[in-house]
Design a protein around this ligand. Sequence first.
Ligand SMILES: Nc1ncnc2c1ncn2[C@@H]1O[C@H](COP(=O)(O)OP(=O)(O)OP(=O)(O)O)[C@@H](O)[C@H]1O
Ligand SMILES: [Mg+2]
Length: 582
Amino acid sequence: MISTLSKQIKQYKRETILTPIMVALEVVLDILIPFLMSKMVDLGVEAGNMSVVWHYGLLMLLCAIGALICGALSGKYAAVASAGFAKNVREAEFRNIQNFSFSNIDEYSTGGLITRLTTDVTNVQMAFQMIIRIAVRSPLNFCMALFMVFYLAPNIAWWLLLVVVLLGVAVGFMIKKAGPVFGKMFKMYDNLNEEIQENITGIRPVKSFVREDYEIDRFNKRSKDIYDVNKKAELLMILNQPFVQIAMYACILIVSWVGAKQIVGGSMEVGTMMSLFTYIMNLLMSLMMFSMILVMVTMSAASAKRIVEVINQVSYLESPKDGLKEVKDGSVEFDHVYFNYAEQVDGHYVLRDVDFKINSGETIGILGPTGSSKTSLVSLIPRLYDVTKGAVKVGGVDVRDYDLKTLRDAVSMVLQKNVLFSGTIKENMRWGDEQATDEQIVESCRLAQADDFISRMPDGYDTYIEQGGTNVSGGQRQRLTIARALLKKPKILILDDSTSAVDTKTDALIREAFQTKIPNITKIIISQRVSSIQDADRILVLDRGHLVNVGSHDELMKTSEIYRSTYLAQQKGGNDNESENA
Ligand SMILES: Nc1ncnc2c1ncn2[C@@H]1O[C@H](COP(=O)(O)OP(=O)(O)OP(=O)(O)O)[C@@H](O)[C@H]1O
Ligand SMILES: [Mg+2]
């Protein structure tokens, strides 16, 4: 964990090293001041010697100025180092998340990832700053102060040490209790974040189902849980206070008692006693500081662990070294494919022994009840997931042998849960092909029957799409995503229920355009609507992960019970059972 994180210091090494050096200098100068003061009092003030007073006074002033400068510099370096470190950590996380395969993404929740990129990074940044600054400062300060006490008054020092050790034990005990409570609190914040994320992204359904009160209750409960744990943790920490107070008074009493006796006996000067008081405060303060950092750092250890998980997560789907850079044609072959999303021991498969061949340029329809694994089946073609057993071949070659980018450029898939990004329509289209000319964009949009409504928008192709594509209708969004997929000039085009929100007439126009304008592209069209696929060369019928029938519309009407019943049901329903599925 530490090695992964320390790699992220990178260009901020200089600041990271300079910070503790400056801190150390500051501590040394700080510790000298009370010592100089004692000298000034004992040798100058008491003896009435003004030149000695001046001498030590000047030295004290220099030390103070030096300490101030070192303090300011250490603060500056620490700020630069920690902010830079946090920046690098964030960037490393984000970069790796972009490498995640679909199955990696399935493992993390969106809310969880956001926390790992934001709150967790802030925690680690704070801990980092504390480590390079205060974690150096307080132990050093402690040792120096202790050294000075032993130097000035060894017989009192042993007593003080005893008190400090007792206090240390008490504080340590407290931390041990508080640590797990803080850990629990973090976990709860995580849950809260996930819940907020879910609620905000799903605010429309929340409103349309009038679930606001329920959501508020749920949120308040989580919030109250955090309050309870937070209170407990803080109470434990506050208990530190009286212990420190007791320790402080005990030390003062010891110094006053023993010191007074020694001063009367002539074996100690007044100035020495004064500086002893300062050192006691120093000792106790550094102990307190150190215990606080200990709590903070253990707390952020959980955050650090979560960040490291993301940075070190290997993608389950790596592009092979020297992968093939060319896809010969648009043929697809499933060779006894078994597939599961996660390891499963009970022998259950999402796809079971699926075996078929598609020729390049064919139009294939896929039909099957919801949950029959249609999406899972086509996801294997652009290698969004890897098969569990068997093989998927594109252009006669196992998809695992292709360079991933080459494969995905050749296989354009319009996802069922399609998304547009914030930006103009043109910018969105150029996701498909960065170099696409305006004419090519218009042509793709014509094919997808999107040109019409785009032209009618006030800003045309420069219309700004809001985040998530909220300012276009479901059907418009689907057509835009089809156009975007077409711009890739793929060899295989997969539409996963991509016209579900488009009216049947436009749907027919899209299919017609596909037939005439892009006849050579292999088209795989998933649809719940028989009318969308009945003209296909062949139709695959899926049921619970099995490929149950293959054939043309006419053949399937005779051979497939599922196909026939679906067809008849839709005929009765007026052949138009649109669902808002975007
Ligand atoms: N990311 C995933 N992780 C785990 N299981 C999944 C995942 N996606 C789908 N499944 C499971 O795989 C099975 C098939 O789902 P799939 O999405 O392929 O069905 P589908 O035929 O596309 O359904 P629909 O018509 O509703 O889109 C379902 O049982 C589902 O629970
Ligand atoms: Mg699906």
